[in-house]
Design a protein around this ligand. Sequence first.
Ligand code: M6R
Length: 606
Amino acid sequence: MCGIVGYSGPQNAVDILLEGLENLEYRGYDSAGISVFAGDGITTVKAEGRLKCLREKLNTSPVSGHCGIAHTRWATHGEPSDRNAHPHGTERVMLVHNGIIENYLELRSRLTAEGYVFKTQTDTETAALLLDSLYQGDPLAAIREMTRQIEGAYALAILFADRPGEVYGVRKDNPLIAALGEGENFIASDIAAVLSHTKRFFTLEEGEIAVATSCGITVYSPGGAPVEKKVHTATWDVEQARKDGYPHFMLKEIFEQPKALRDTIHPRLKDGLPSFEYDGIPECLFKGRGRIHIVACGTAMYAGLVGRDLIETLARIPVEVQIASEFRYRDPILSKDDLVVIISQSGETADSLAALRLAKQRGVPTLGVVNVAGSTIAREADYVIYTHAGPEIAVASTKAYSVQVSVMYLLAFAMARSARTLGEEEIRAKVEELLQTVEKLPRVLEQNDAIASIAGRFQGSESIFFLGRGLDWALSQEGALKLKEISYIHCEAYAAGELKHGTISLITNGVPVVAVATQEHLLGKMVSNIKEVKARGAWVLLLAQEGSPIDEEVYDQAIRLPKAPDLFTPLLAVAALQLLAYHTSVCRGSPTLRKEGRQGEFPKNS
Ligand code: M6R
């Protein structure tokens, strides 16, 4: 979710590029940088922190030119710092990058053996030095060869020192557009960057290479043939463009989940098996653990609840999930062969950080599952797994939850492998099921309109109950939190078998009940629980897998999810619950949605 802008034209590129970066600030970032053709070569200026830090540097040592590239970085590999900020490269080649180069470790050792010296911890520098090593005076040939050798997701804007006035762009699994102005042209990660200059743009297809100069933009197919692009005219204003046309960041982020999941899972797979080599985590971290303590707050803690079921089921290691604000004050029983896992989107939540420090004081190994690179929890934990959700701007956490859950799957698989509770082939099959489930998620998102109309039924409710068993109970708790957090309706989640032990009297005529019934092996029990609330007059919204044999008389409306193994349905069901929360909130004109995503603020969950 970093931002890219490239410019070629008559104006001072530094001004245009900085303005473009300001328009991309909403995406979140922790450092920024710029490279411009100035004098005989390329001048690069980079600064950790907000854009004003970069501006200050440029004011102290002014640079000007008519062509350049710029970037706002959201750290994933290496802490936020001047050095790790983009652009990266050599005297001959400079580039900026959005995405993740998955095989960067392998490329890095190869390039090091060839004599290249790496100055940063980033995966991006690998692409830059690889490109330098391939460049023999033909930029298109070098870029094509680089794209053959790098694995992962990328959008790149590139300068070659001996081609002044030219900006090259190429992408795979990360967006990149080219925009046409009057005597000036642009490459950008999204149209919001350049809307004040032009509304005419086209998107680059995978592997296409664009060359922008002040005279025009030429595009070449992956095979090298010139391509005619259809030019679109944006009808959005800058504010709409920032949200990619979505009315709220929350909805945008819900829809970003398939990509966030792929970005998080794929780098941790090797030969079809989970591997945390990418994170520098040795396999022995998972061996011989007596107990796992998952500690977190709010949504992150609910992701931990899913993790508990997964690890206990697959690896047969006892897991405790604790609310960080309780854990830190209750003198928890910890042993040195335990592992404390702290889950946090921001990596800055005070209670989670205090829990981490407590575990470290007790000499227990700690593992952070964190979205914001360079955050305090990421820095202080013994090991860190970065979730690659990109910045989460909305107050309500959505994609961060899904990627946290995806890490729970990978951890459970890795622990099962270490504990030998599953054989390699069984784990490979589970990994495959996980990947297949992610690819079914768009089918849940397609039900957006149908879910919006169901939400209308909820908007006047005083109280909404969520019921589930097993993994569905863990999920119900997240569904209830999401709905109450942004709609301000009282919501409560119950283990379905528990409701009758007292509180079923709260279910009266017309009270909405969301029955999460995706666990087919618990279906019979769950249907009995649904019948209990139905008998008391509840209005039941059923969330179940397609084709699950549930008598139509026991529910009022249903959201059906694509079929998936029970173990993986949380990844699908949560999206439906998030959409339900979002649309209920929209119907009620919730102030939380109105406030969300103020420009220029760092994304930080409440
Ligand atoms: O940044 P963290 O993941 O540590 O934040 C923890 C909770 O504050 C957070 O998940 C909160 O519950 C969400 N805003 C809920 O949507």
